[in-house]
Design a protein around this ligand. Sequence first.
Ligand SMILES: CCCCCCCC/C=C\CCCCCCCC(=O)N[C@@H](CO)[C@H](O)/C=C/CCCCCCCCCCCCC
Ligand SMILES: [Ca+2]
Ligand SMILES: [Zn+2]
Length: 263
Amino acid sequence: MPSIFSYQSAEVDWCESNFARSAVIAEYYNTISNVSFFVLSPALLYLNRQYCQKKAVPLYFVSGLLLLVGVFSMYFHMTLSYVGQLLDELSILWTLAVAYSFWYPQAYFPKCIKTRRHFFWLTGITTVISTLMSFVKPTLNAYALNCIAFHLLYMTWKELKKCNDKRVHRMAAVMVMWWALAITSWISDRWLCWLWQAINFPYFHSFWHVLIAMSLLYCCPLVIYFDVSYEMPSFKPKLEYWPSDSWPVVVPYVTLEEPHKQC
Ligand SMILES: CCCCCCCC/C=C\CCCCCCCC(=O)N[C@@H](CO)[C@H](O)/C=C/CCCCCCCCCCCCC
Ligand SMILES: [Ca+2]
Ligand SMILES: [Zn+2]
């Protein structure tokens, strides 16, 4: 019986041909495309450094965990091992759990949850249960995790209804565009592999890695913007674009303005 660390012991195998470019890397492009997360993580920390100076823990934790997501996803695609698959999926689960724990708006807490500390316990217990359940049918884990994006879309829609800043609306629209391209790539790699292999173009999962990282590059500043609005009343969040607004492709970030004190 193969070890859970064995190459190709995972329950899923992506469309890219295995060991086509390397004898030690099962899915070459699916492995190297995870470099996206090694760029995403420091970029979020550097661009949103003003927010980090005021409230360091959430973004340091989420950025660090996104680095781990990239490492485990690389290991998974390099080996296609059972352990690699679970490390990949559990690192995503825990990153989402930490992000929700720190950034979920108190206005949306369940009625029985009164404080952020109680919400930490709720997400912690839910995450431990989900971790145990992830061993039951690993092939369903990725679908369940992807469904969380629909909850994020719903919360974004609710927040935008109350927000008059057109720049924020534009940022959210671009985030959803990148996510839509990403999830389309993920689904087509899983369900249309026969077509991509027929035309010798099985690279949609590697596109997914780059596209979901792009979506997160917009998602995190959007979450930070609303976190500052809700939780840091002495500051006004301002949306900026790097390198500058005039460039065709830009990266959003949040700066903090101290509203003029009422005289
Ligand atoms: C108030 C909440 C704030 C949430 C902030 C966002 C936190 C995002 C945390 C983790 C997402 C990482 C997703 C990258 C996955 C990379 C590894 C990978 O590709 N794994 C696949 C196998 O190789 C596996 O099939 C992936 C499965 C599921 C991915 C689940 C993605 C979760 C949803 C991410 C939301 C993106 C933001 C856009 C919202 C519209
Ligand atoms: Ca494969
Ligand atoms: Zn992947």
